[in-house]
Design a protein around this ligand. Structure first.
Ligand SMILES: [Fe+2]
Length: 471
């Protein structure tokens, strides 16, 4: 029996297999591009290495494409036949993978939690749990589970910075921005290659409205992340948001065209990040040209996937934004069938949140703004199970605000914008939209106050622009 780099027993006699698996995990945690090759090398050294087989299944699942499911299920069937010869930790990994394939993300998380209770230094279990707790929108679970293992880690444990980065993100999603930033910056100093840690700090800066600081934090030349996998597109998305909030629309479009769209490949098309930035730009009044075409064309091939509600929502948005309403309706029909026949978290969330959300986005894109308001208003504070981060789900709030303004639901718009300026006081456009709504409601004094706040921020933005031009 060999031990991995963190001292955990693994079910193989091959030192080469373990070494490759360790390297694969490290690369996966840093969002590199060699994790698949390392896991393959581990399996070449020992084809019966159950843990490596599970990891290969996990990496395939991360492609978020139902087309790979039969291959994963074949592996799971092999693992089930060999279950008695597997270690308890390997069995739990196989259970997690099977639950994930079944769309039961909660059971998958529970299997990883069972692993972490016994083996708190199982970094892969921790990372996958972290990712799926994030995809199920359960911030408190993110925090609880990372804190539950923290006592067993310190700076001498390989991969500690990755744990720090995860903790930073968990704290950020729970609103503890100060500690999140501290942990995230420390993780980044310890391991500048950890994109998740860099990204955790970007979230703090976004949520605190520190947009210029955010642009600086992510001011990397594109080639700096040449060896990173498709997650880098999401980090660039954050940089696009910082540009958007500072009303540097050309910069946001350049980031989208040059950095985000470039991660598209045969296996993976980045729909969620690109759609989420395009829609925000359109809400801000920017003409995005024909950029929806490719996203809608790809989304059309994924209308029966139903792997992650968060992804499905962005497929629907892309279809509707491109005017492909018939295909979007076909997707909703497919979602209904899936929700009725499925079990577990994914089916449940699809029925309760995703389908109404898709209906709202279709209504919004069709110009039926009142209908979009009727659907989104009661959903707006119940959206967490759709998954993603606070920053990502904010798109749906922005669609609701735009719908309320366009439908002349002024009381609703006032309420939403009042909340928005309280939360994000540093964004000029929020104040300007708030001022317009207050003026429409005849609240002249409050409108003037909001307009003056917008002007102050405009001046600040101009100063920042001038300063940058001089430098
Ligand atoms: Fe993010």
């Amino acid at each position: 029996m060999q031990r991995d780099i963190r001292g955990l027993e693994v079910g193989t006699e091959s030192e080469e297999a373990v070494r490759n698996l360790d390297l694969g995990v490290a690369d996966y945690l840093d969002y590199g591009q060699t994790a698949g090759a390392r896991v393959k090398a581990a399996l070449e050294a020992d084809s019966n290495f159950a843990l490596a087989q599970c990891y290969r299944g996990y990496l395939l699942m991360m492609l978020e494409n139902r087309a790979v499911f039969p291959k994963i299920q074949a592996t799971l069937d092999q693992l089930a036949a060999a279950r008695d010869s597997m270690t308890r930790r390997e069995q739990l990994h196989a259970d997690a993978l099977q639950a994930w394939v079944n769309g039961d993300l909660i059971s998958a998380c529970l299997a990883w939690e069972a692993i972490l209770a016994e083996w708190p230094r199982d970094l892969m279990a921790l990372k996958l749990h972290h990712t799926m707790a994030f995809y199920t929108g359960r911030s408190h679970v993110l925090r609880s589970v990372v804190e539950g293992v923290l006592g067993e880690w310190d700076e001498t444990t390989p991969g500690y910075s990755n744990v720090q980065g995860m903790y930073a993100y968990a704290l950020e999603e729970c609103g503890d921005y100060e500690n999140a930033e501290r942990w995230g910056r420390e993780a980044t100093e310890r391991n500048p290659g950890d994109l998740w840690a860099i990204h955790s700090v970007a979230h703090v800066l976004e949520m605190q409205g520190r947009y210029a600081e955010g642009s600086k934090w992510l001011d990397y030349p594109a080639e700096h992340w040449a060896d990173k996998n498709f997650f880098k597109a999401h980090v660039w998305w954050h940089n696009g948001l910082f540009a958007l909030a500072q009303e540097k629309y050309d910069d946001a479009l350049r980031i989208l065209d040059e950095e985000m769209a470039s991660v598209n490949s045969d296996k993976y098309v980045d729909v969620s990040n690109q759609a989420a930035l395009l829609k925000r730009l359109e809400i801000a009044g920017v003409n995005v040209g024909d950029r929806w075409d490719a996203l809608a064309a790809h989304s059309e091939t994924r209308i029966n996937d139903h792997i992650l509600p968060f992804r499905d929502a962005h497929f629907c948005l892309s279809l509707a934004a491109r005017g492909k309403f018939d295909v979007a309706r076909e997707q909703i029909d497919s979602l209904f069938t899936f929700a009725r026949s499925g079990e577990g978290w994914t089916a449940d969330t699809t029925e309760k949140i995703l389908i109404p959300l898709c209906e709202a986005m279709i209504a919004y894109e069709a110009g039926e703004y009142g209908k979009a308001c009727d659907i989104l208003w009661p959903l707006r504070n119940e959206m967490a199970p759709i998954g993603g981060s606070l920053a990502q789900r904010d798109l749906f709030t922005q669609i609701l605000i735009d719908s309320a303004v366009r439908a002349k639901r002024l009381g609703m718009a006032r309420s939403l914008l009042s909340e928005r300026v309280a939360r994000f006081p540093g964004a000029r456009r929020n104040w300007s939209d708030y001022a317009s709504v207050l003026a429409d409601l005849g609240e002249t004094d409050r409108a003037a106050q909001a307009r003056s706040r917008a002007s102050e921020l405009e001046t600040g933005a101009s100063h920042a622009r001038t300063k940058e031009a001089i430098q």
